[in-house]
Design a protein around this ligand. Sequence first.
Ligand SMILES: NC(=O)c1ccc[n+]([C@@H]2O[C@H](COP(=O)([O-])OP(=O)(O)OC[C@H]3O[C@@H](n4cnc5c(N)ncnc54)[C@H](O)[C@@H]3O)[C@@H](O)[C@H]2O)c1
Length: 265
Amino acid sequence: MQLQNMQNCWALITGGSGHVGQTAADTLLELGASVILLDRDSESLKELTLNKYKGVENVHAIVCDLANESAIAEAMKSVANITEHKLNVLVNNAAFVGTDKLTGWCVPFEQQAIDTFNDCLKVNLSAPFLLSQLAFELMKNQEQGSKSIINISSIYGVVGPKIELYEGTDMGNPAAYAASKAGLMQLTRWMSANVAPSVRVNNIVLGGIERGQPDTFVEKYNANVPLARMATEEDVKGAIAYLSSDLSSYMTGQSLFLDGGWTVV
Ligand SMILES: NC(=O)c1ccc[n+]([C@@H]2O[C@H](COP(=O)([O-])OP(=O)(O)OC[C@H]3O[C@@H](n4cnc5c(N)ncnc54)[C@H](O)[C@@H]3O)[C@@H](O)[C@H]2O)c1
């Protein structure tokens, strides 16, 4: 379908070696785009370029720690060199997530650490701001194709956690994560008004993805979802294709809820 054709388009995906990042990359590659995977995990990026994407010419990788502002500026210079100063899509996907082993992170509120809270905001919220600002400059140079920024938020940026889900597990739900994802939703709205009409900015509100969590957690989680299951990475593909391409050409500043109905009940 022509509206989905992303030949001659460039996409930058942060957290590109992670689960959702790879799915976003696969989707954009299927649509014909060239992709740049940005991640701090150099080993995973190396592994991907040597194996999964071996010989795939339109996949590039950049190592960057998004906690470091000057590293972001350097990384965006590399992006500009690769793409000849053009960009169509930025997927702000990298984040401190619930499975990260950090001090004062997935622990009860009283034990959550202010340093980790601040570090989380830096990676999950400040970095998307700076990346979007620098990406906007490159998008202005791109005459072909749709220009779109996609932020990856979470149900926990919209509603509070159901604490009983975590009882008896070593999992948790940090306040900083929730605050960062709520911030990303509002940043989406704010930016959409400021980069229009040339660039669109939208947000995906993602529900929990099933990935080996304890059975008790999954059972309780599923009981709260109208669609009666957790998400899979595959569920994200349609939203990435829609929001990155002209399929969503009149949509900006919005959130697409991929949560199986979690936030409506
Ligand atoms: N997994 C879920 O259940 C779920 C639910 C809702 C929303 N999300 C969101 O989806 C997105 C992707 O999550 P995922 O499940 O694929 O997690 P993941 O851990 O598989 O991927 C996250 C990636 O981000 C990278 N990253 C983290 N900090 C970074 C930094 N400072 N600099 C550069 N890269 C960094 C990691 O190396 C990793 O590759 C996140 O924004 C997350 O909040 C996930």
